[in-house]
Write a protein that binds this ligand. Structure first.
Ligand code: ADP
Ligand code: MG
Length: 328
């Protein structure tokens, strides 16, 4: 099968008449028609075999995840998804693989009315690069730079399950089959918090999505905003969906693992954001509107740096370094 047949069969769909896409796949450029008063929000993420996913991963979940991590960036900006492009390097044309990959990809795209409008296809080591386009009312995008001393720090959903699954899949820990299956779902099919991001416009003072681990990612907000933070590590540890595992005699032992996974795990694709305490009800309202739970895990302070404490307020050592792509 040639390049053009492949594109026609797996990555071309009838354009919807209603949206912002004036021209989709098939010409030299796609055309987007943003509505008046809107800004375009644009982000790219690349997934490389061996680095971001295992070679034998189910292409259905790979297609999902490739788009999900990009939609997560739109969510963090408070933008509504419009469209995306797909640049794909494939070692060979394997139709069952392409069938499942495009199914996982386009199913999530449809769920968010985000249209595939173009891309590039070439032969090479498996590599998936997606660029998403969204819209946000001018001046209302959520940025990393708006956190102020006294703001609450919030996170959405659950934290740490993806890392827990990774630890188990790489043989460093053992997990009961049911727990692994659940954690693995979080690793392989993360849920971008698109509705929550939009609901937080005008409420959150800053936001970002968690890809490399809570503490490291939060550092981006602190630096951009010129502030510091106090984080309740015990409150944060409760946000792992797999916590039911960690009870009884092994609880103390496993506390360390829980902290590692929730504070520095990575691959969560949840939102972390700040908002003034006076807007706690508004945050709860946004969470309810979006159908996404949120939890308060700390507070922004004027003093720079990030301080971790347990539930009794005792300081914890800052040894939960975030996963760094070049530091290993
Ligand atoms: P060009 O040679 O101008 O770069 P291509 O021949 O690479 O164009 O692509 C032809 C058309 O197919 C273009 O509209 C391009 O955006 C689209 N396309 C190519 N690869 C993909 C893909 N993986 N997914 C969606 N559209 C694609
Ligand atoms: Mg091309």
């Amino acid at each position: 099968m040639g390049e053009f047949d492949l594109i026609a069969r797996y990555f071309t769909r009838p354009a919807r008449a209603d949206g912002a896409v004036a021209l989709g796949v098939g010409d030299d450029c796609a055309l987007l028609a943003p509505r008046p008063g809107m800004q375009l929000a644009i982000s790219s993420d690349m997934l490389v075999e061996g680095r971001h996913f295992f070679a034998d991963v189910d292409p259905l979940t790979l297609g999902h995840k490739a788009l999900a991590v990009n939609l997560s960036d739109l969510a963090a900006s408070g933008a509504r998804p419009l469209a995306f492009t797909l640049a794909l390097a494939l070692p060979r044309v394997h139709e069952p693989w392409l069938q499942r990959f495009s199914e996982g990809l386009l199913r999530l795209a449809d769920a968010h009315c985000c249209e595939l409008i173009g891309g590039d296809t070439t032969q090479g080591p498996l590599n998936i690069c997606i660029t998403v386009f969204g819209e946000v009312p001018a001046g209302q995008a959520l940025l990393r730079s708006g956190a102020r001393a006294g703001d609450d720090i919030w996170v959405s959903g659950t934290l740490g399950d993806a890392r827990l699954a990774l630890e188990a899949l790489q043989g460093r820990i053992g997990l009961p089959a049911g727990t692994l299956a659940r954690a693995r779902t979080r690793l392989e099919t993360p849920t971008p918090r698109v509705a929550l991001g939009q609901a937080l416009r005008g409420i959150a003072t800053s936001a970002l999505d968690l890809s490399d681990g809570l503490l490291g990612d939060l550092g981006h907000i602190l630096r951009a905003s010129g502030v510091g933070a106090e984080i309740d590590a015990d409150e944060t540890s409760k946000l792992i969906a797999a916590r039911a595992l960690f009870t009884g005699a092994t609880a103390r032992l496993d506390m360390e693992l829980l902290r590692q996974c929730t504070l520095a795990g990575g691959d969560d694709y949840e939102l972390a954001f700040t908002a003034p305490p006076a807007l706690r009800e508004a945050v709860a309202g946004a969470a309810a509107t979006a159908g996404t739970p949120v939890a308060r895990i700390g507070r922004i302070s004027a003093e720079p740096g990030l301080r971790l404490a347990d539930a009794q307020g005792r300081p914890l050592a800052g040894r939960y370094a975030s996963f760094d792509h070049f530091g290993g």
